[in-house]
Design a protein around this ligand. Sequence first.
Ligand code: NAD
Ligand code: IPM
Ligand code: MN
Length: 348
Amino acid sequence: MNYTIAALPGDGIGPEIMASGLTLLESIGKKFQHSFNVTVYPFGGAGIDETGDPIPTQTIKGCTGADAILLGAIGGPKWEQEEKTPEDGLLQLRKTLGLFSNIRPIVVSDSIAHLSPLKTERVKGTDFIVVRELTGGLYFGQPKHWNDDEATDTLFYKKSEIERIVRQAFELAMTRKKKMTSVDKANVLASSKLWRKTVNELAASYPEVTVDHLYVDAASMKLIQNPTAFDVIVTENMFGDILSDEASVITGSLGMLPSGSHAISGPSLYEPIHGSAPDIAGKNMANPMSMILSVAMMLRQSFNLNEEAQALEEAAKQAMDADYLTADLGGTTTTTAFTEQVKAILEN
Ligand code: NAD
Ligand code: IPM
Ligand code: MN
Protein backbone atom coordinates (compact mmCIF):
# COMPACT_ATOMS: atom_id res chain seq x y z
CA MET A 1 0.00 0.00 0.00
CA ASN A 2 0.93 3.67 -0.45
CA TYR A 3 0.68 6.12 2.42
CA THR A 4 1.26 9.88 2.35
CA ILE A 5 2.76 11.36 5.50
CA ALA A 6 3.43 15.00 6.36
CA ALA A 7 6.47 15.21 8.66
CA LEU A 8 6.98 18.32 10.78
CA PRO A 9 10.33 17.96 12.60
CA GLY A 10 10.07 21.36 14.34
CA ASP A 11 12.65 22.60 16.81
CA GLY A 12 15.23 21.54 19.41
CA ILE A 13 15.30 17.75 19.66
CA GLY A 14 12.34 17.57 17.23
CA PRO A 15 14.51 16.98 14.12
CA GLU A 16 16.70 14.46 16.00
CA ILE A 17 13.83 12.24 17.08
CA MET A 18 12.04 12.72 13.75
CA ALA A 19 15.12 11.35 11.97
CA SER A 20 14.92 8.31 14.24
CA GLY A 21 11.19 7.79 13.58
CA LEU A 22 11.57 8.14 9.81
CA THR A 23 14.58 5.79 9.67
CA LEU A 24 12.55 3.09 11.39
CA LEU A 25 9.45 3.81 9.31
CA GLU A 26 11.59 3.13 6.26
CA SER A 27 12.72 -0.18 7.77
CA ILE A 28 9.10 -1.13 8.38
CA GLY A 29 8.29 -0.18 4.78
CA LYS A 30 11.05 -2.44 3.48
CA LYS A 31 10.20 -5.33 5.76
CA PHE A 32 6.47 -5.30 5.02
CA GLN A 33 6.61 -3.87 1.49
CA HIS A 34 4.77 -0.62 2.00
CA SER A 35 5.61 2.67 0.44
CA PHE A 36 5.53 5.59 2.87
CA ASN A 37 5.72 8.85 0.94
CA VAL A 38 7.06 11.33 3.47
CA THR A 39 7.20 15.07 2.80
CA VAL A 40 8.91 17.32 5.33
CA TYR A 41 7.37 20.74 6.05
CA PRO A 42 8.62 23.71 8.10
CA PHE A 43 6.72 24.22 11.36
CA GLY A 44 7.14 26.00 14.69
CA GLY A 45 10.36 27.98 15.16
CA ALA A 46 11.68 26.43 11.96
CA GLY A 47 8.59 27.79 10.18
CA ILE A 48 9.25 31.29 11.57
CA ASP A 49 12.89 31.14 10.49
CA GLU A 50 12.02 29.99 6.99
CA THR A 51 8.85 31.98 6.24
CA GLY A 52 8.10 34.31 9.18
CA ASP A 53 5.11 32.16 10.19
CA PRO A 54 5.17 29.16 12.59
CA ILE A 55 2.54 27.49 10.43
CA PRO A 56 3.21 28.40 6.80
CA THR A 57 0.43 27.95 4.25
CA GLN A 58 2.35 25.15 2.47
CA THR A 59 2.51 23.29 5.79
CA ILE A 60 -1.24 23.48 6.42
CA LYS A 61 -1.89 22.36 2.85
CA GLY A 62 0.56 19.46 3.18
CA CYS A 63 -1.06 18.38 6.44
CA THR A 64 -4.66 18.52 5.23
CA GLY A 65 -3.74 16.53 2.11
CA ALA A 66 -1.82 13.81 3.98
CA ASP A 67 -3.05 10.44 5.26
CA ALA A 68 -1.35 11.17 8.59
CA ILE A 69 0.90 13.77 10.21
CA LEU A 70 4.02 13.18 12.30
CA LEU A 71 5.28 16.00 14.50
CA GLY A 72 8.57 16.18 16.42
CA ALA A 73 8.37 19.08 18.88
CA ILE A 74 8.27 22.85 18.67
CA GLY A 75 9.30 25.92 20.66
CA GLY A 76 12.31 27.33 22.43
CA PRO A 77 13.77 30.51 23.90
CA LYS A 78 14.70 31.87 20.47
CA TRP A 79 11.04 32.44 19.51
CA GLU A 80 9.45 33.30 22.88
CA GLN A 81 9.07 36.99 22.02
CA GLU A 82 7.59 36.47 18.55
CA GLU A 83 4.16 37.94 18.03
CA LYS A 84 3.01 34.51 16.86
CA THR A 85 5.00 31.83 18.69
CA PRO A 86 5.63 28.21 17.70
CA GLU A 87 3.13 27.22 20.41
CA ASP A 88 0.49 29.45 18.74
CA GLY A 89 1.24 27.58 15.52
CA LEU A 90 0.68 24.21 17.19
CA LEU A 91 -2.65 25.31 18.66
CA GLN A 92 -3.72 26.68 15.28
CA LEU A 93 -2.83 23.39 13.60
CA ARG A 94 -4.84 21.39 16.15
CA LYS A 95 -7.83 23.74 15.80
CA THR A 96 -7.69 23.91 12.00
CA LEU A 97 -7.66 20.11 11.69
CA GLY A 98 -10.29 19.69 14.42
CA LEU A 99 -8.03 17.40 16.46
CA PHE A 100 -10.18 17.36 19.58
CA SER A 101 -9.27 13.91 20.88
CA ASN A 102 -5.73 13.43 22.18
CA ILE A 103 -4.85 9.88 23.23
CA ARG A 104 -1.85 9.50 25.54
CA PRO A 105 -1.11 5.88 26.56
CA ILE A 106 1.04 5.14 29.62
CA VAL A 107 2.28 1.55 29.70
CA VAL A 108 5.00 0.04 31.89
CA SER A 109 6.09 -3.42 30.77
CA ASP A 110 7.66 -5.59 33.49
CA SER A 111 11.12 -5.42 31.97
CA ILE A 112 11.32 -1.61 32.20
CA ALA A 113 9.53 -1.19 35.55
CA HIS A 114 12.86 -0.78 37.37
CA LEU A 115 13.59 2.38 35.33
CA SER A 116 10.84 4.31 37.11
CA PRO A 117 11.80 6.54 40.02
CA LEU A 118 8.78 5.03 41.78
CA LYS A 119 8.98 1.65 43.52
CA THR A 120 9.04 -1.17 40.96
CA GLU A 121 6.20 -3.12 42.56
CA ARG A 122 3.98 -0.02 42.42
CA VAL A 123 4.44 0.68 38.71
CA LYS A 124 4.49 -2.90 37.41
CA GLY A 125 1.35 -3.52 35.38
CA THR A 126 0.60 0.17 34.77
CA ASP A 127 -1.50 0.44 31.63
CA PHE A 128 -3.79 3.41 31.25
CA ILE A 129 -4.72 6.04 28.69
CA VAL A 130 -5.21 9.74 29.22
CA VAL A 131 -7.91 11.00 26.86
CA ARG A 132 -7.26 14.72 26.71
CA GLU A 133 -9.71 17.21 25.17
CA LEU A 134 -7.48 19.19 22.79
CA THR A 135 -9.35 22.02 21.07
CA GLY A 136 -11.25 23.74 23.88
CA GLY A 137 -10.95 24.99 27.42
CA LEU A 138 -8.48 27.57 28.68
CA TYR A 139 -6.26 27.25 25.64
CA PHE A 140 -8.83 28.68 23.26
CA GLY A 141 -11.56 30.45 25.29
CA GLN A 142 -12.20 34.13 24.56
CA PRO A 143 -11.56 36.71 25.90
CA LYS A 144 -7.88 36.03 26.27
CA HIS A 145 -5.44 38.92 26.62
CA TRP A 146 -2.84 40.45 28.86
CA ASN A 147 -1.06 43.71 29.48
CA ASP A 148 1.26 44.96 32.21
CA ASP A 149 -1.64 45.44 34.65
CA GLU A 150 -4.03 42.56 34.05
CA ALA A 151 -4.53 39.30 32.25
CA THR A 152 -7.50 37.11 31.31
CA ASP A 153 -7.96 33.54 30.16
CA THR A 154 -11.38 31.98 29.69
CA LEU A 155 -12.30 28.39 30.49
CA PHE A 156 -15.18 27.80 28.10
CA TYR A 157 -16.75 24.51 27.01
CA LYS A 158 -19.87 23.85 24.99
CA LYS A 159 -21.75 20.76 26.09
CA SER A 160 -21.28 19.26 22.62
CA GLU A 161 -17.49 19.56 23.00
CA ILE A 162 -17.62 17.71 26.30
CA GLU A 163 -19.95 15.05 24.92
CA ARG A 164 -17.79 14.15 21.94
CA ILE A 165 -14.59 13.66 23.95
CA VAL A 166 -16.31 11.80 26.79
CA ARG A 167 -17.98 9.52 24.26
CA GLN A 168 -14.56 8.72 22.77
CA ALA A 169 -13.33 7.81 26.24
CA PHE A 170 -16.32 5.54 26.87
CA GLU A 171 -15.79 3.80 23.51
CA LEU A 172 -12.13 3.27 24.37
CA ALA A 173 -13.01 1.95 27.83
CA MET A 174 -15.36 -0.57 26.18
CA THR A 175 -12.36 -2.06 24.34
CA ARG A 176 -10.33 -2.27 27.57
CA LYS A 177 -11.02 -2.91 31.25
CA LYS A 178 -14.27 -0.93 31.14
CA LYS A 179 -13.18 1.51 33.80
CA MET A 180 -13.31 5.26 33.30
CA THR A 181 -12.07 8.00 35.58
CA SER A 182 -13.26 11.50 34.78
CA VAL A 183 -11.00 14.21 36.19
CA ASP A 184 -12.37 17.68 36.89
CA LYS A 185 -12.52 20.44 39.49
CA ALA A 186 -16.29 20.39 39.94
CA ASN A 187 -16.00 21.65 43.52
CA VAL A 188 -14.86 25.02 42.13
CA LEU A 189 -15.15 25.43 38.34
CA ALA A 190 -18.40 26.00 36.45
CA SER A 191 -17.03 24.25 33.35
CA SER A 192 -16.27 21.20 35.51
CA LYS A 193 -19.82 21.12 36.89
CA LEU A 194 -21.13 20.83 33.32
CA TRP A 195 -18.37 18.31 32.55
CA ARG A 196 -19.36 16.04 35.45
CA LYS A 197 -23.09 16.28 34.67
CA THR A 198 -22.38 15.37 31.04
CA VAL A 199 -20.26 12.36 32.02
CA ASN A 200 -23.03 11.09 34.28
CA GLU A 201 -25.64 11.51 31.54
CA LEU A 202 -23.55 9.61 28.98
CA ALA A 203 -22.78 6.88 31.51
CA ALA A 204 -26.37 5.68 31.12
CA SER A 205 -25.51 4.61 27.53
CA TYR A 206 -22.50 2.61 28.74
CA PRO A 207 -23.82 0.55 31.64
CA GLU A 208 -20.88 -1.88 31.43
CA VAL A 209 -18.36 0.84 32.16
CA THR A 210 -17.57 1.66 35.79
CA VAL A 211 -17.28 5.43 36.11
CA ASP A 212 -15.68 7.40 38.86
CA HIS A 213 -14.94 11.08 39.28
CA LEU A 214 -11.82 12.58 40.80
CA TYR A 215 -10.91 16.18 41.48
CA VAL A 216 -7.72 17.02 39.63
CA ASP A 217 -5.70 17.68 42.77
CA ALA A 218 -6.55 14.26 44.24
CA ALA A 219 -6.06 12.63 40.81
CA SER A 220 -2.52 13.96 40.58
CA MET A 221 -1.75 12.29 43.91
CA LYS A 222 -3.45 8.98 43.12
CA LEU A 223 -1.69 8.67 39.77
CA ILE A 224 1.64 8.38 41.56
CA GLN A 225 0.34 6.50 44.60
CA ASN A 226 -1.46 3.75 42.70
CA PRO A 227 -0.97 4.00 38.92
CA THR A 228 -2.25 0.46 38.25
CA ALA A 229 -5.72 1.46 39.49
CA PHE A 230 -6.40 3.45 36.29
CA ASP A 231 -7.70 2.32 32.90
CA VAL A 232 -9.10 5.29 30.93
CA ILE A 233 -8.80 8.83 32.26
CA VAL A 234 -10.82 11.54 30.51
CA THR A 235 -10.22 15.18 31.19
CA GLU A 236 -10.23 18.71 29.79
CA ASN A 237 -7.36 20.27 27.87
CA MET A 238 -5.21 21.85 30.60
CA PHE A 239 -5.67 19.11 33.21
CA GLY A 240 -4.77 16.53 30.56
CA ASP A 241 -1.63 18.44 29.65
CA ILE A 242 -0.38 18.51 33.22
CA LEU A 243 -1.46 15.02 34.30
CA SER A 244 0.12 13.36 31.26
CA ASP A 245 3.54 14.90 31.90
CA GLU A 246 3.22 13.76 35.50
CA ALA A 247 2.16 10.29 34.37
CA SER A 248 5.16 10.00 32.02
CA VAL A 249 7.44 9.77 35.04
CA ILE A 250 5.79 6.47 35.99
CA THR A 251 7.49 5.01 32.87
CA GLY A 252 10.85 6.50 33.86
CA SER A 253 11.00 9.46 31.49
CA LEU A 254 9.02 12.08 29.63
CA GLY A 255 10.96 10.89 26.58
CA MET A 256 8.93 7.66 26.51
CA LEU A 257 5.43 8.96 25.81
CA PRO A 258 3.71 9.11 22.40
CA SER A 259 0.33 10.55 21.51
CA GLY A 260 -2.25 10.49 18.77
CA SER A 261 -4.74 13.29 18.04
CA HIS A 262 -7.91 12.61 16.11
CA ALA A 263 -10.65 14.64 14.44
CA ILE A 264 -14.15 13.57 13.35
CA SER A 265 -12.67 13.18 9.87
CA GLY A 266 -9.41 13.96 8.13
CA PRO A 267 -5.82 13.10 9.02
CA SER A 268 -4.70 12.32 12.56
CA LEU A 269 -1.54 13.76 14.05
CA TYR A 270 1.02 11.77 16.04
CA GLU A 271 3.55 13.44 18.32
CA PRO A 272 5.53 12.88 21.51
CA ILE A 273 3.90 14.53 24.50
CA HIS A 274 7.13 16.31 25.43
CA GLY A 275 8.60 19.51 24.06
CA SER A 276 11.72 20.56 22.19
CA ALA A 277 14.00 20.00 25.23
CA PRO A 278 16.34 22.94 24.54
CA ASP A 279 18.62 21.78 27.38
CA ILE A 280 19.71 18.66 25.45
CA ALA A 281 19.07 19.74 21.84
CA GLY A 282 21.84 19.08 19.34
CA LYS A 283 23.64 16.69 21.69
CA ASN A 284 22.37 13.38 20.26
CA MET A 285 21.03 12.60 23.75
CA ALA A 286 17.26 12.64 23.25
CA ASN A 287 15.28 9.50 23.92
CA PRO A 288 13.56 8.70 20.60
CA MET A 289 11.09 6.22 22.16
CA SER A 290 8.34 8.88 22.28
CA MET A 291 8.67 9.31 18.49
CA ILE A 292 9.10 5.61 17.74
CA LEU A 293 5.94 4.81 19.70
CA SER A 294 4.15 7.70 17.95
CA VAL A 295 5.07 6.12 14.60
CA ALA A 296 3.68 2.81 15.89
CA MET A 297 0.46 4.56 16.92
CA MET A 298 0.21 6.03 13.42
CA LEU A 299 0.69 2.62 11.80
CA ARG A 300 -2.03 1.11 13.99
CA GLN A 301 -4.59 3.90 14.29
CA SER A 302 -4.37 5.62 10.88
CA PHE A 303 -3.28 2.76 8.60
CA ASN A 304 -4.61 -0.28 10.47
CA LEU A 305 -1.14 -1.87 10.15
CA ASN A 306 -1.25 -3.79 13.41
CA GLU A 307 1.47 -6.33 12.69
CA GLU A 308 3.82 -3.57 11.55
CA ALA A 309 3.12 -1.47 14.66
CA GLN A 310 3.74 -4.44 16.89
CA ALA A 311 7.02 -5.28 15.13
CA LEU A 312 8.27 -1.74 15.71
CA GLU A 313 7.19 -1.66 19.36
CA GLU A 314 8.71 -5.10 19.96
CA ALA A 315 12.04 -4.14 18.38
CA ALA A 316 12.24 -0.96 20.49
CA LYS A 317 11.38 -2.94 23.61
CA GLN A 318 14.07 -5.50 22.81
CA ALA A 319 16.66 -2.75 22.46
CA MET A 320 15.69 -1.33 25.86
CA ASP A 321 15.68 -4.79 27.44
CA ALA A 322 19.23 -5.24 26.13
CA ASP A 323 20.13 -2.10 28.12
CA TYR A 324 20.40 0.33 25.25
CA LEU A 325 19.24 3.27 27.34
CA THR A 326 19.49 7.00 26.70
CA ALA A 327 20.72 9.42 29.39
CA ASP A 328 17.23 10.29 30.69
CA LEU A 329 16.94 6.62 31.73
CA GLY A 330 20.40 6.50 33.27
CA GLY A 331 22.21 5.06 30.23
CA THR A 332 24.81 6.34 27.77
CA THR A 333 23.24 5.28 24.46
CA THR A 334 22.88 8.13 21.96
CA THR A 335 19.74 8.85 19.94
CA THR A 336 21.34 7.54 16.76
CA ALA A 337 22.87 4.46 18.42
CA PHE A 338 19.49 3.51 19.89
CA THR A 339 17.87 3.96 16.49
CA GLU A 340 20.53 1.84 14.77
CA GLN A 341 20.00 -0.90 17.36
CA VAL A 342 16.22 -0.96 16.79
CA LYS A 343 16.84 -0.96 13.04
CA ALA A 344 19.24 -3.90 13.31
CA ILE A 345 16.65 -5.86 15.33
CA LEU A 346 13.92 -5.02 12.81
CA GLU A 347 15.97 -5.93 9.75
CA ASN A 348 17.36 -9.09 11.29
P1 NAD B 1 10.24 19.71 27.49
O1 NAD B 1 9.24 18.63 27.40
O2 NAD B 1 10.86 20.16 26.22
O3 NAD B 1 11.43 19.24 28.48
C1 NAD B 1 11.22 18.96 29.86
C2 NAD B 1 12.40 18.10 30.36
O4 NAD B 1 12.29 16.79 29.82
C3 NAD B 1 13.77 18.62 29.93
O5 NAD B 1 14.70 18.42 30.95
C4 NAD B 1 14.10 17.75 28.72
O6 NAD B 1 15.49 17.58 28.50
C5 NAD B 1 13.43 16.44 29.09
N1 NAD B 1 13.00 15.71 27.87
C6 NAD B 1 11.93 15.97 27.10
N2 NAD B 1 11.88 15.13 26.07
C7 NAD B 1 12.93 14.30 26.18
C8 NAD B 1 13.43 13.21 25.42
N3 NAD B 1 12.81 12.77 24.30
N4 NAD B 1 14.56 12.60 25.84
C9 NAD B 1 15.18 12.98 26.95
N5 NAD B 1 14.78 14.01 27.72
C10 NAD B 1 13.67 14.67 27.33
O7 NAD B 1 9.55 20.91 28.25
P2 NAD B 1 10.03 22.42 28.49
O8 NAD B 1 11.52 22.46 28.69
O9 NAD B 1 9.14 22.92 29.51
O10 NAD B 1 9.68 23.18 27.13
C11 NAD B 1 10.62 23.42 26.08
C12 NAD B 1 9.89 23.98 24.86
O11 NAD B 1 9.06 22.96 24.29
C13 NAD B 1 8.94 25.15 25.17
O12 NAD B 1 9.05 26.07 24.12
C14 NAD B 1 7.56 24.50 25.18
O13 NAD B 1 6.53 25.40 24.88
C15 NAD B 1 7.74 23.47 24.10
N6 NAD B 1 6.81 22.32 24.16
C16 NAD B 1 6.40 21.82 22.96
C17 NAD B 1 5.60 20.68 22.93
C18 NAD B 1 5.20 20.13 21.60
O14 NAD B 1 5.84 20.39 20.61
N7 NAD B 1 4.15 19.32 21.52
C19 NAD B 1 5.25 20.05 24.12
C20 NAD B 1 5.70 20.58 25.33
C21 NAD B 1 6.49 21.72 25.34
C1 IPM C 1 1.74 19.44 24.69
C2 IPM C 1 2.39 20.81 24.85
C3 IPM C 1 1.50 21.87 24.22
C4 IPM C 1 0.19 21.88 25.01
C5 IPM C 1 2.08 23.29 24.15
C6 IPM C 1 3.44 23.32 23.51
C7 IPM C 1 1.16 24.22 23.43
O1 IPM C 1 2.68 21.07 26.19
O2 IPM C 1 1.51 19.02 23.55
O3 IPM C 1 1.48 18.78 25.71
O4 IPM C 1 0.12 22.49 26.08
O5 IPM C 1 -0.76 21.26 24.53
MN1 MN D 1 2.37 19.36 27.49
